[in-house]
Design a binder for this molecule. Structure first.
Ligand code: FE2
Length: 285
């Protein structure tokens, strides 16, 4: 073997060992909250009503629960539908920010359809969509961003309801993600988004097959360890290709149906992601 070939072989070995070390060395905990739907309330039967418990109050309990978890939490991911009536609803935005001020950990949020799209018009995008996305970015974080957590890429990706690409001028989550992934194909990754990319499942994102297939191909070929979503208002553990998809049940009590308020606790270790369900109103610490 020539000296040049030996050098290339050595370089590849060093790179592979390096990737393996990054994949296995990362060991961290985080929490997911989702579908808080601030702006509505529930009575004892889980029905919406003016005399019920505001979902904002339930979110406060969830924050308190997270602050008191015994694990070393690195961050909290909120996977959308923070609001019920749009991210441009300023009184609700102010209320959410005042609740999150109590959270002891970094908070990353992706908006859902109730934050940036019309909740009553699933077949067409709302004409408030761009305004809601702008209000969301002004008050929280960008609608697409990446965080590096101990060598694991965390991608927070705003997608659309019924459409992978929401109607926000100049924004295409598929192209953005493809571009980002191409720069670091071997990096272990976790993708956070509101609409889980599921098909052939009892509960799915309602995207068209073309959107689902191209997105699934992108997720399945870039060392994504898990996709984490909300929107379905129930716990789901499913797959997109060979990648697990975890969906947290809603953190809000009333979300159009009667649900317990939930959070998911995650542990990333040895290149795998495990999750544990907590009911907010149950004393199970
Ligand atoms: Fe929701």
């Amino acid at each position: 073997m020539s000296g040049k070939k030996s050098f290339i072989l050595l370089l590849i070995t060093v790179l592979l060992v390096g990737i393996s070390v990054v994949t296995t060395a990362a060991d961290f905990w985080f929490v997911q909250i989702t579908d808080a739907h601030i702006g509505v309330s529930s009575n004892d039967n889980g029905k919406s009503g003016p005399n019920g418990i505001q979902n904002a109050e339930t979110l406060k309990l969830a924050i308190d629960k997270i602050n008191n978890l015994k694990q070393n939490i690195k961050f909290v991911a909120m996977t959308g539908d923070l609001f019920n009536h749009g991210a441009d609803n300023l009184p609700d935005v102010k209320l959410a920010k005042s609740i999150f001020e109590k959270l002891k950990f970094p908070l990353y949020i992706v908006p859902g359809n109730h934050d940036i799209e019309s909740p009553n018009n699933p077949d067409t995008v709302s004409d408030r969509e761009a305004e809601c996305a702008k209000a969301f970015e002004e008050n929280f974080n960008p609608i697409f961003f990446k965080i590096n957590q101990d060598g694991v890429g965390l991608y927070f990706v705003t997608t659309g309801w019924y459409h992978l690409v929401p109607n926000i001028p100049g924004y295409d989550p598929y192209e953005r993600l493809k571009e980002e992934f191409a720069m670091v194909p071997c990096e272990p990754k976790i993708v956070f988004q509101h609409h889980p990319p599921l098909s052939n499942s009892p509960f799915d994102s309602k995207w068209g097959q073309d959107d689902l297939l191209k997105y699934q191909r992108l997720i399945s070929t870039n060392n994504v360890k898990a996709v984490i979503g909300g929107h379905l208002h129930r716990f789901v553990a499913d797959w997109v290709g060979r990648v697990p998809v975890y969906v947290c049940a809603p953190t809000g009590s009333y979300v159009g149906d009667a649900r317990q308020s939930n959070i998911l606790l995650y542990h990333y270790t040895n290149g795998k992601l495990r999750c544990y369900d907590y009911q907010v109103k149950q004393n199970d610490n």
